[in-house]
Design a protein around this ligand. Sequence first.
Ligand SMILES: Nc1ncnc2c1ncn2[C@@H]1O[C@H](COP(=O)(O)OP(=O)(O)O)[C@@H](O)[C@H]1O
Ligand SMILES: Cc1ncc(COP(=O)(O)OP(=O)(O)O)c(N)n1
Length: 274
Amino acid sequence: MSGARGRPRTRCLTIGSSDSGGGAGIQGDLKAFARAGVHGTSAVVGVTAQNTRGVTATASVATDMVGHQIEAVLEDIGTDGVKIGTTWSAELVWLLVDRLVWLDDVPVVLDPVMVSAAGSALGGDEDAVTAVREGLLPLTWVATPNLAEARRLTGLGEGTDPRKLAEAIVELGARAALVTDAFPTGAGDVLFDGERHHEITGPRRASGCDHGAGCAHSALLTAFLAQGMPLTRAARTAHAAVSLAIERGAADIGSGRHPVELHPVEPDREGPPW
Ligand SMILES: Nc1ncnc2c1ncn2[C@@H]1O[C@H](COP(=O)(O)OP(=O)(O)O)[C@@H](O)[C@H]1O
Ligand SMILES: Cc1ncc(COP(=O)(O)OP(=O)(O)O)c(N)n1
């Protein structure tokens, strides 16, 4: 398979849940992959009945079926990057660990989704969080929690400096941690690459179109790393793209928190194209 410029096309696998509203989850990730020019594949671990106002029902997919999806993708198509979103149970997490531990040199981005912007619970129980901590974080290249998720993962309290949260996640085994929407004023993220802290800042958008922002951000980050972009540039480019996607969001879709609307991203160029 080759891309428009004759090079082999980059492939990325998203492991997460369906959002019936099309803004976040698997649907949001596949749109972000397409925007970044990579071929997206998926392993659906759960289904949500969801719109821009919230989640009304959830169901998980049988764990062995998740395993079959991952095997089907990897044995034929292969992957250059993996993004993990919702992880509903410890059993599912340990299956993912078992399958992903064999991937050599493939960036794994973990977006530990626990609650939607509309306030609906999307994470697993405490056993699932423990399994993420003990099993998945050590396989993770970059974890991308928001502040609340970072606190739950680390057990650190309200008011903990986001830089300390990122360091604690690296101590738990991730190679790097990017705490999203980490500043009380303005907007932006805090990245700890295992050695140094980087602040990624930008204007705060108030369009009301932020549903799917976290999914789009971590999916773009996965795509950029899979394409070989250095981590700090990938993190800055993903934030800039999502910030614009909030500003120019899909305000005509739904009556709650409208979805983000990603615009084409060309990571081959020196800087962000916007
Ligand atoms: N109002 C906003 N204006 C600009 N950027 C934002 C805004 N809200 C979130 N972001 C950016 O969107 C990305 C996803 O972050 P976040 O919304 O925290 O994810 P999640 O949906 O997982 O909570 C981050 O790069 C963050 O800085
Ligand atoms: C199925 C599903 N997965 C993940 C999320 C969380 O999406 P996110 O991008 O963090 O955006 P918000 O929902 O917080 O706006 C989700 N909602 N559904």
